[in-house]
Design a protein around this ligand. Structure first.
Ligand code: DGL
Length: 270
């Protein structure tokens, strides 16, 4: 394992949203290098079938393994929901998704045993968050809602204002009526809507950011397998996408919180 320490963490997502997970990783594990893979030519995954998401995820994992990563983080909620249970045991490196960390944190927070989950159509349809919450406490009630227009809204930078507020209300009103005290932001893009969602749900509802919880889990896994880096050098970040990098480069800063210096395009089938 010693030779693995200095290797980067691999992260993949359907596109740009997984940069929220990279941001959380850089905050929790500031000395680790990261290779990010965004499948921008095939985004979105949130409307696709289980078999397609598994196929794409497998190709993404194989790409990251060729980059020599020491573990893989599935930043995409949809891919975590569909592909992680099917693929995790077939690889020699640990594979960590975002669903279980978010769900388990929410199950700890809730006092009234009512949790809301918002995500893509596929994530909600999979029932993965609900299953993971019930692993902790089967008596918790889970209220799920897909919010398909949130992804383009965030990518257009419309994270406040009348249109945003209207969509937040439309999507969340049922969950609000269910009197949840905890709401899981079960999609890579939703942390950017935190202010609008909090304003609508009220300050008493705890918002759980799966990205932050997943970053803590990654730290736990690396500690547990003695793979935390011991390097004192500045960490390196590499970004790969499958479509032309310009769009990713332009809007990536909003997700990552810093300018992305360089993005490389890799070809189809990676
Ligand atoms: N990354 C996806 C997720 O977290 C959202 C975008 C997509 O639909 O591909 O589910």
């Amino acid at each position: 394992m010693k030779s693995m320490l200095k290797r980067p963490i691999g992260v993949f997502d359907s596109g740009i949203g997984g940069l929220t997970v990279v941001k959380a990783l850089t905050e929790t594990l500031p000395t680790e290098s990261i290779v990010y893979f965004g499948d921008t030519a095939r985004v979105p995954y949130g409307t696709k079938s289980k078999s397609t998401v598994i196929k794409f995820s497998l190709e993404n994992i194989e790409f990251l393994l060729r980059c020599g990563v020491k573990c893989i983080v599935i930043a995409c909620n949809t891919a975590s929901a569909w592909a992680l249970p099917e693929l995790s045991e077939y690889f020699r490196v640990p594979i960590i998704g975002v669903i279980r960390p978010g769900a388990h944190a929410a199950a700890q927070y809730t006092k009234n045993k009512r949790i809301g989950v918002i995500g893509t159509k596929s994530t909600v349809f999979s029932g993965a968050y609900e299953d993971a919450v019930k692993e902790v406490d089967a008596s918790i009630k889970v209220y799920s809602q897909s919010c398909p227009l949130f992804v383009p809204l965030v990518e257009e930078g419309m994270v406040r204002g009348a249109i945003c507020n209207q969509l937040v209300e439309d999507y969340l009103k049922k969950i609000k009526r269910s009197q949840v005290d905890t709401l899981i932001l079960g999609c890579t893009h939703y942390p950017l809507l935190t202010n609008s969602i909090r304003a609508y749900m009220g300050k008493k509802v705890k918002l759980v950011d799966s990205a932050k919880q997943a970053a803590r889990d990654v730290r736990g896994v690396l500690m547990g397998t003695q793979m935390l880096t011991d390097s004192k050098a500045k960490p390196k970040y590499k970004f790969y996408v499958t479509d032309e990098p310009q769009h990713f480069h332009n809007i990536g800063k909003r997700f990552l919180g810093r300018v992305i210096e360089h993005v490389d395009k890799v070809n189809g089938q990676h």
